[in-house]
Design a protein around this ligand. Structure first.
Ligand code: ADP
Length: 476
């Protein structure tokens, strides 16, 4: 079956077709998906612009009802969507099903937010005048998403866009069109009017560039790599678009002498290696104080040896494959870089399984320094390094010594150190005795420094990006 693009409420063939390949089994074709060209992208933008006229002034009840129905439908189909997600992206079935559930919960949350849009009313400093501050939709929003969370990230951008009255041009990542298509289909079935969400699957260099060049796009919300995000932000600003960019991380997990070891090992294994380490919030730098360094590394390596790397849909798999050949090569290149810099590599071998896929054993690099490339650049794979430090003060300094600032964690039983770290970490999200990855859907998500640009996503803070403020002065 050919999955088509959605433009102005019509399913339309693209200019070409792309096969969606299962990274656990490269002979398994998940489906065929349309690829838009520039002209089709223009049509999608025009359809969104047209639909904005009515959707922007639609009743909040109508928006709430549609979002709620979509959320219910996603939750009801979580197993099927989880299967599709695991098949096209390679995270394990439990992780994928959890992600599908989260997408459903996000739609439910923003159904509620639609009827809670708030303003303010103040007395003017001038007698007889009142001042009213209201939030209005921004306009046509482009949603450009990465491959690592094929349904959750589109959900957390599209749901608030719609709740606040915007229309959407959605360009998912090339590698994972399946969940994107299924999500858009669900929205149509939930009663979304024609043109309110338009799906343009296709290449970033074609569809993405066209979106950025279009004066008809008012705002762009992007999650993806650092290089693409930075270039995109510059173009968006140059053309006067509102922009929100979520990019990489080099997230530290600090483990202090007084940690509860099972808690620290659990946080490190989950944060660094689950979802194959392909999370922008992954714990890629494990910063460990010297007294427990050896015990921590020993326990962690023992635990890593028990993890099963296999087909994402197989029961009992802990870590699925890397998403594709390009990413696999990047992971292996970074392992080589770390070795060349003097790091000691544990694991990281290419693995063969029953089916041909991009299987890589989790890699731990010990004996590293924070100045090494392996500790400066995002790998985006099942690769983490250990940095030995003297004490808490050095741990905090090393944790903050990075161009990124998405998530940071500390494992300690000390309230003093936990509180100090929470206050002095330069990350947008701080975790105490928890992995750096794994966040709730109802609170803000985002980073500082080189990790993010623009206002926060998710929770009620999403209103900052998806609305624009109007100040009205009224003399009765
Ligand atoms: P990744 O492929 O690791 O997810 P990218 O930053 O390459 O990270 O891609 C994130 C999203 O940005 C994808 O949907 C991709 O197609 C899109 N993209 C890539 N290049 C561009 C570009 N030049 N302009 C706009 N979007 C782009």
């Amino acid at each position: 079956m050919l999955h088509q693009n959605l433009v102005g409420g019509e399913w339309v063939a693209g200019r070409s077709v792309r096969q969606n390949i299962n990274p656990s089994d490269v002979r398994d074709v998940v489906g065929e998906y349309a690829q838009a060209d520039e002209a089709q992208t223009d049509q999608a933008i025009a359809a969104a612009r047209e639909a904005f006229k009515t959707w922007s002034v639609s009743s909040v009840q109508q928006r709430a009802d549609i979002l709620d129905r979509a959320g219910t439908a996603i939750l009801a189909r979580k197993d099927e969507l989880g299967q599709l997600l695991a098949r096209e992206e390679g995270k394990t079935l439990p992780e994928a099903t959890g992600e599908a559930m989260r997408a459903g919960q996000i739609f439910k949350f923003f159904a509620g937010e639609a009827v809670r849009i708030q303003g303010e009313k103040l007395a003017s400093v001038r007698p007889g005048v009142e001042v009213e501050i209201t939030r209005e939709p921004v306009g046509v929003v482009a949603v450009i998403t990465p491959w690592n969370f094929p349904i959750a990230i589109p959900a957390w951008k599209i749901a608030p866009a719609l709740a606040y009255g915007n229309t959407v041009v959605f360009k998912p990542a090339d590698l994972v069109p399946g969940c994107a298509w299924a999500l858009v289909k669900t929205l149509v079935e939930a009663g979304l009017p024609n043109g309110v969400v338009n799906l343009v699957m296709g290449r970033g260099s074609v569809v993405g560039e066209r979106i950025l060049a279009s004066p008809q796009i008012d705002a762009v919300t992007f999650t993806g790599s650092v290089a693409t995000g930075r270039a995109l932000a510059v173009k968006a600003v140059q053309s006067g678009k509102k922009v929100q960019v979520e990019m990489g991380g080099k997230n530290p997990l600090v483990v202090l002498d007084d940690t509860d070891m099972p808690t620290a090992i659990g946080a490190a294994v989950n944060g660094a290696f689950f979802s194959t380490g392909q999370r922008c919030t992954a714990s890629s730098r494990l910063i460990v104080t010297e007294r427990i360094h050896d015990a921590f590394v020993g326990a962690l390596l023992e635990r890593l040896r028990t993890l099963k790397v296999d087909h994402a849909l197989k029961a009992g798999t802990d870590i699925g494959p890397v998403v594709d050949q390009t990413q696999l090569e990047q992971d292996q290149r970074y392992i080589d870089v770390a070795r060349g810099e003097g790091g000691k590599i544990h694991g990281g071998e290419r693995l063969n399984r029953e089916t041909e896929g991009f299987y890589l054993a989790p890699a731990l690099v010990t004996e590293t320094r924070n100045t090494m490339r392996i500790n400066r650049e995002e790998v985006f794979g099942p690769v983490a390094s250990v940095i030995r430090v003297k004490n808490y003060d050095e741990a905090l300094a090393v944790a903050n010594d990075t161009e990124f600032g998405l998530s940071a964690g500390v494992c300690t039983t000390s309230l003093k150190y936990a509180s100090h770290f929470k206050r002095h970490s330069q990350a947008g999200m701080v975790m105490v005795n928890l992995p750096t990855a794994g966040v709730d859907y109802h609170v803000p998500f985002g980073g500082r420094k080189g990790s993010s640009y623009g206002s926060r996503e998710q929770g009620r803070y999403a209103a900052e990006f998806f609305t624009t403020v109007k100040t009205a002065y009224i003399q009765a």
